[in-house]
Design a protein around this ligand. Structure first.
Ligand SMILES: [Zn+2]
Length: 97
């Protein structure tokens, strides 16, 4: 865990917030940055824990990939920084066929 550059964590730190929204583990998913086209595991993103939310930035170009903001009883999810997010369905319960 490096703190010499900017004050960020890796994408795994968003696991708790994301698990409130998604049934699947998004940190294990692959996402493509809409800005530079880099495809990386979400866990490799640079994560900024900024109250009241979480901002994930591309590890390559530092553009915003995803934002989660908690406002009272609502969670706002902004994923426009990603072209796609690709999830492995084999991890779903009962998917072992
Ligand atoms: Zn990028």
């Amino acid at each position: 865990m490096s703190s010499y550059n900017y004050d960020y964590l890796d994408g795994n730190a968003a696991g708790g917030e994301l698990s409130k929204i998604f049934a699947m583990d998004v940190t294990a998913a692959e996402g493509q940055c809409a800005h530079c086209g880099a495809t990386k595991r979400f866990a490799e993103a640079h994560l900024y824990m900024q109250c009241p939310g979480v901002v994930a930035r591309c590890a390559v170009c530092e553009q915003v990939l995803l934002r989660i903001v908690n406002v009272r009883q609502r969670v706002f999810l902004d994923v426009r920084g990603m072209t796609y997010l690709s999830l492995d369905t084999s991890q779903l319960p009962g998917a072992s066929r």
